[in-house]
Design a protein around this ligand. Structure first.
Ligand code: NAP
Length: 525
């Protein structure tokens, strides 16, 4: 497949517009051909209108038909082979193994949502049959299920050019539920986005899905993205990126004449709590595991451990010195794009300039392209509690160690934390018993609690929660990874006293879809 640099508006391509940009190779900071043309206002409107029309038909497709479509997308992405791998590597600086692994994660995710759509119980059908003789008034027949919301705008992430991008989790879950998708491509990997967009269009043609089920728009978030979110056809937004970007979209979506939900996954420092027993029994293992987690993917993961609580004790000091030593040996590596690189170096410079902060490591870079170097800072729990800037994410391979003296210090820091995607506790059985109140605090603060492990690595499976209270996400009731992600793009509809012929199959007598349903309060197939 060839990259044309044009938006994909249903089955047509956008025009060569006035405004264009090139992807940048972050290993050289040089432009990559070809130029990409921003979608015009007319093209954005056309994509939204097509999606609205497509919704009428796509939402009526059976789960098996949507499953075949999702599987065809996965097959088409795999067929892109090395063309996709090479382009993604050039646009992101990520190594071949990572891109191949992420391609597998993306196609695996699409196939997982295909099984969810095909199996069908996700609609949570409930049936309460009529009681015409009930006194004092008869009870009507009421049946309800989840129905798709309508066209969804997806803002692709920079740090997962495939798995959280054009055919990533937001798109897969929206398509599985019956919602058409319009993706605002991330400007840092437009060629990768276009290749995957073409794969989705090929799958639409192969499986006979309506035109407008998918479109891809290039261009600036503030112009093209804002026009998309404010278009009346759009009924929900999926986003992964910065707090500034996510909150700007929340504001836009809530100020529309018809406000719509925004599911934004934003910043997180993913605190790690090291309890005394674990520090004493596994200090060196903890220090090296932490270093691997903190530098994985040049620290550009939303689950990167940015804040680590270590006791001010002999065993705590040993962990700090091993971790510092390992981080000081971590080689500099290429970050995703010049914007992320400059935000990272600015964040590191500002924290090392904070006189209340002890700078333990800021490695030298090799000066080529967009190099990210490991950084480690140390502060007392009191300082951390006083200075809000210390709990802000520095997106990259940076960790701030917070030294605590008493259990009260530790609990005060936990209580002060804003919403987070994850929190990790390293503790022996005895620690976990002694610090049970820590778990109770964290349950209110985070989407996922990890015991004796590390937060990076988010398994795609039915029970995963990749969410958390604001500001980790815009809506702490949701997840953007795992099959619960489908619930972001639905609404409940009840049918009262409906004729059988007008009911969706999922709600008909005799259960023709064979799904799990609640009938008069009892689950059955
Ligand atoms: P970003 O700047 O938030 O951009 C993400 C997407 O949203 C892009 O398509 C962008 O458009 C669009 N956008 C941004 N601001 C917007 C606005 N005001 N109105 C409409 N659309 C808007 O995120 P990024 O480029 O991926 O990375 C920048 C920073 O975000 C990083 O340094 C890091 O701090 C954070 N980040 C966090 C995560 C996470 O998982 N939590 C992941 C990635 C990045 P453009 O194409 O015009 O930029």
């Amino acid at each position: 497949m060839q990259i044309n640099g044009l938006s994909l508006i249903g089955s047509s391509t956008g025009a060569l517009g006035d405004s264009s940009f090139n992807a940048i190779d972050p290993s050289t900071a040089k432009e990559i051909e070809p130029p990409f043309y921003a979608a015009s206002a007319d093209e954005t409107n056309k994509a939204a209108d097509l999606a609205q029309n497509a919704f009428l038909h796509y939402s009526q497709k059976t789960g098996a038909e949507r499953a075949a479509f999702l599987r065809a997308i996965a097959d088409q992405i795999e067929a892109l082979g090395d063309t996709l791998t090479q382009r993604a590597m050039a646009e992101t600086g990520l190594p071949e193994g990572r891109i191949q692994g992420e391609t597998g994660r993306t196609t695996g995710q699409l196939r997982l949502f295909a099984t969810v759509a095909e199996e069908g119980s996700w609609v949570e059908a409930r049936i309460d049959t009529a009681l015409p003789d009930r006194q004092p008034i008869p009870k009507p027949d009421i049946r309800s299920m989840k129905r798709p919301l309508g066209p969804v705008a997806v803002f692709a992430a920079s740090n997962f050019p495939l798995a959280f991008s054009v055919a990533g989790g937001d798109t897969a879950s929206a398509l599985a539920s019956g919602c058409p998708v319009i993706v605002k491509a991330h400007s840092s990997h437009p060629g990768t986005s276009e290749l995957v967009g073409q794969a989705i269009l090929a799958a639409i043609a192969e499986t006979g899905m309506p035109e407008g089920t998918f479109s891809l728009l290039h261009g600036s978030g503030r112009v093209v993205g804002s026009a998309l979110v404010t278009h009346p056809a759009i009924q929900a937004v999926g986003f992964t990126g910065s707090t500034a970007g996510g909150t700007a979209l929340m504001k836009l979506a809530s100020s529309r004449p018809q406000p719509i939900p925004v599911y934004a996954e934003m910043g997180s420092v993913n605190p790690v709590f090291i309890l005394p027993g674990a520090a004493a029994s596994n200090g060196p293992g903890l220090a090296s595991g932490l270093q691997v987690s903190a530098t994985m993917g040049v620290g550009q993961f939303c689950t990167n451990p940015g804040v680590v609580l270590v006791e001010s004790s002999k065993t705590g000091n040993a962990i700090v010195s091993s971790f510092t030593e390992e981080m000081s040996k971590a080689p500099s590596a290429i970050m995703l794009n010049p914007g992320i690189h400059s935000a990272y170096t600015g964040g590191v410079a500002s924290r090392s300039g904070n006189e209340k902060v002890n700078t333990l490591v800021v490695n030298d870079d090799d000066g080529v392209g967009c190099p990210g170097v490991a950084a480690v800072f140390e502060v007392s729990a009191d300082t951390f509690l006083e200075d809000e800037s210390l709990s802000e994410e520095i997106f990259g391979p940076e960790t701030t160690l917070v030294r605590w003296n008493t259990k009260e210090d530790l609990l005060a820091v936990a209580e002060e934390l804003e919403g987070q995607l994850t929190a990790t506790i390293h503790g022996t059985d005895e620690d976990l018993e002694n610090y049970a109140d820590l778990v109770a605090i964290l349950e209110r603060k985070v989407g996922r609690i990890v015991y004796n492990g590390f937060p990076t690595g988010v398994e795609v499976c039915p029970s995963m929660v990749h969410g958390g209270p604001f500001p980790a996400t815009s809506d702490g009731r949701s997840t953007s990874v795992g099959t619960h992600a489908i619930e972001r793009f639905i609404r409940l509809v009840a049918y009262q006293s409906s004729p059988q012929s007008l009911l969706p199959n999922e709600l008909k007598d005799g259960n023709p879809s064979g799904i799990m349903r609640m009938v008069n309060g009892e689950y059955s197939r």
